[in-house]
Design a protein around this ligand. Structure first.
Ligand SMILES: [Zn+2]
Length: 434
């Protein structure tokens, strides 16, 4: 470990620039970087990387580069305006001090803000209230992404540079496919560890569930509503399928004892009907209904087998229905086909995990908690497809994906310090020559 003096200097350097860090985060929240609209936020990040002397690599996602790779998920949109940005620090002579390379990864994309009238203040005008910063994406995960940059700055302010390669990645598509992180792998970025400061409430994510998205469409038989019994109502038919999926969800949860990473969790598997649309007119029996399903799978599940189980469940329920048995529902894969992942299963994770524990202890004065989560993160790409331990560790945030999302700024300050200390210890330090 670093000398206590240097560690203290780095922590103080974070504190000195923290107001600026909050302002920068607030400015970044101002870009409504929902899916397909990330480009200007990425420009902002690219400028910030360049100002720090990081070498900027900005490129447009191209499905042809990634669709043959494990972990690819079918996209929901085309990638005409979809850019990743990486800022690279490459020391003159890496490894001179035995330093190890590091990826700091965060996603720039945010989920839709929902009805504006449910927010107390506009979601893309960050609002600071004491130790809270409100705004869509403030917690998930712009504060974390920005903390990577300011952790890097803190080393410089204390008079040092990392003695090994550091790649700061601002990626898109985390919330729907993960194809942004996958594109970074396809482009060749590798390191000996990765940190992803998702809002984990300063615990380390030890395992994560996988995620499958399916879009299901039922066709009805439209007739005048006055003769509804002669038609077939696609919206009501969708209910039947949704109820069958609820039974399957309960069955999967009942199997949790067989899955070591999530057996202690009350309800690890969550199915969500996140969107539904159907019909055209109150006086016509609806001819169509489409709904979007998000299903979780266990960290150690076979994703293809689970996807087939979902399909079988839907088709079995349809087969029992007179109309749907003649015209089975269509199931389309759009978005996540994300395998589960457990950092705990990686032999080479022990070293970075124990170092992060020590850095966390230094900042918080408490032991680092490990936590299995019931959602996915980009950590799976590093762990499953590149053998890089991906450590998800970041600040505390409340109401992510809801309204009035906020991030706890004191926890942002502390996790920035912990990440800076991790970088200093993991990569080693070189004195900046005045
Ligand atoms: Zn996130």
């Amino acid at each position: 470990m670093l000398s206590t003096d240097i560690a203290k200097d780095i922590q103080k350097a974070v504190d000195r620039r923290f107001d600026e860090q909050v302002d920068f985060t607030a400015e970044l929240v101002g870009f409504p970087s929902t899916r397909g609209n990330e480009a200007t936020a990425q420009d902002f990040m690219a400028t910030a990387f360049a100002q720090r002397g990081l070498e900027v690599d900005r490129w447009k996602l191209n499905v042809d580069d990634i669709q043959h790779l494990p972990g690819f998920s079918p996209g929901v949109i085309d990638y005409t305006n979809s850019y990743n940005v990486v800022g690279a620090h490459r020391p003159e002579s890496p490894r001179r001090n035995g330093g190890k390379s590091l990826i700091l990864n965060g996603h720039i994309d945010v989920v839709p803000e929902g009805p504006l009238d449910m927010w107390d203040s506009p979601p893309y005008q960050a609002r600071r209230d004491g130790d809270r910063l409100y705004g869509r994406g403030a917690g998930d995960m712009k504060a974390g992404l920005v903390s990577c940059l300011y952790a890097f700055d803190a080393l410089a302010a204390a008079g040092y540079r990392p003695a090994a390669d550091v790649f700061v990645q601002s990626v898109i598509e985390e919330e729907c496919t993960g194809n942004g992180a996958l594109a970074c792998l396809a482009r060749g970025y590798r390191a000996e560890a990765a940190i992803i400061p998702e809002p984990s409430g300063h615990s380390l994510v030890s395992a994560q569930t996988g995620t499958i998205w399916q879009q299901i469409t039922v066709k009805g038989h439209p007739v005048h509503a006055s003769r509804a019994t002669e038609g077939f109502n696609a919206i009501k038919a969708a209910y039947v399928l949704i109820q069958a999926l609820e039974v399957l969800e309960a069955k999967w949860n009942a199997e949790k004892g067989e899955h070591k990473h999530h057996c202690g969790h009350a309800h690890p598997i969550n199915f969500n009907i996140g969107k539904i649309a159907g019909g055209d007119w109150a006086a016509s029996v609806p001819a169509w209904c489409t709904f979007d399903l998000r299903a979780a799978i266990f960290a150690d599940d076979d994703i293809q087998a689970r996807a087939r189980e979902l399909e079988d469940c839907i088709q079995a329920a349809a087969a029992k229905d007179r109309h749907m048995s003649n015209r089975p529902p269509e199931i389309v894969y759009q978005g996540f086909m994300a395998e589960g992942f457990a950092l705990d299963d990686m032999a080479n994770a022990a070293l970075p995990v124990s170092l992060l524990g020590a850095c966390h202890q230094q900042v918080h004065g408490t032991e680092l908690k490990h936590n299995a989560i019931t959602g996915t993160t980009d950590a799976r790409f590093f762990g499953l497809y590149a053998d890089i331990p991906g450590l998800v560790y970041g600040p505390r945030s409340v109401d992510v994906h809801g309204f009035n999302e906020w991030v706890d700024l004191e926890s942002v300050r502390k996790s920035t310090q912990a990440i800076a200390l991790f970088m200093a210890n993991w990569c080693g330090l070189e004195k900046i020559q005045p």
